[in-house]
Write a protein that binds this ligand. Structure first.
Ligand code: GUN
Length: 295
């Protein structure tokens, strides 16, 4: 039987409709317009396309949206000063610095310079710490989007065996943490696999829910999953170009083969990607409301 497709595009559309109404209400009742700045350093094609999509969505939702492009050779000090400027700018509620940054810039230093109240990516240690102990904070956008997809697709997580492949700070570590917490979309038994895991298939075959953020195309094959698994594929790999020059994308799992075994699966594109952007917008609305003392 072919798996149910969990469409990030559809779920994101619902959440964006909810957000659009909320933004209109904030404007009408409180004269408050959520403001988001996305800072892009250099010309990495993938980063350009992510930042463009974030700006387009912010604009569509009625945000005050600022795209700040900086040259590849910007100094660390200049970048820190730019962040300071946006920290002090009251029309801006969310600051996003697109990663990766050039090698001469200390990524941690830059992320830590963003005010935790404007850290809509949820990467600042204050927000990471609050997340780990289950306090209210900005959740990192991709894990937050994955939780929403699981909840809104009716996937039972309580007591489920969840296997996460990948241990990045952006996806693997936070999603594992969130899914073990006592919360909606949590209460799971969580295993994290990584490049030093001895027998990856032993773990992935046990998974009721398999979340893959390995960063390599099709590393999870059909023989590595059990019948009825729910698969969340976080990978976005560029494996070529169409004759028109458009990138051809694939995920970290072998979608065509695994969909014949899985109960549900997310596609690439149209899966986790649109959710990540949407949760960034949700965090920015939250930041705006907090700045105005509305929550
Ligand atoms: N690069 C890849 N994913 C992300 C993300 O979620 N946030 C930022 N700022 N950069 C990224």
């Amino acid at each position: 039987m072919s798996a149910k497709i969990i469409s990030g595009t559809e779920i994101a559309k619902q959440i964006r409709e909810e957000l659009k109404q909320e933004v209109q209400e904030l404007k009408d009742k409180h004269g408050l317009t959520p403001g988001l700045v996305t800072i892009l350093v250099g010309e990495n094609p993938a980063s350009i396309s992510y930042v463009t999509a974030k700006q387009r969505t912010a604009h569509d939702l009625g945000f005050h949206s600022v795209q700040d492009n900086q040259p590849e050779d910007i100094s660390e000090d200049d970048l820190l000063n730019l962040i300071k400027k946006y920290n002090e700018d009251t029309s801006i509620h969310g600051i996003l610095v697109q990663l990766p940054l050039p090698k001469h810039v200390n990524e941690s230093k830059v992320l830590y310079a963003i005010s935790p109240e404007k850290d809509v990516d949820g990467f600042h240690p204050v927000n990471v710490g609050k997340m780990v102990i289950g306090e209210q904070c900005f959740l990192p956008c991709t894990p937050h989007g994955i939780l929403e997809m699981l909840i809104r697709s009716g996937t039972e997580t309580s007591g489920a065996e969840v296997v996460v492949v990948g241990r990045s700070n952006i996806v693997g570590k936070p999603i594992a943490n969130l899914m073990l917490q006592k919360r909606e979309g949590g209460n799971a038994t969580v295993t994290i696999c990584h490049t030093r895991t001895r027998d990856m298939a032993f773990h992935t075959r046990r998974a009721d829910i398999l979340i893959v953020a390995a960063g390599r195309p099709k590393v999870i094959t059909a023989d590595m999953v059990k019948e009825g698994v729910v698969v969340i594929d976080v990978g976005v790999n560029r494996i070529g170009k169409t004759p028109e020059g458009k990138a051809i994308l694939c995920g970290d799992v072998d979608f065509d083969a695994i969909k014949e075994k899985a109960a549900a699966i997310t596609p690439v594109p149209g899966g986790v990607g649109p959710m990540t952007i949407t949760m960034l917008m949700k965090n920015t609305v939250q930041a705006a409301k907090q700045s105005a003392g509305l929550v």
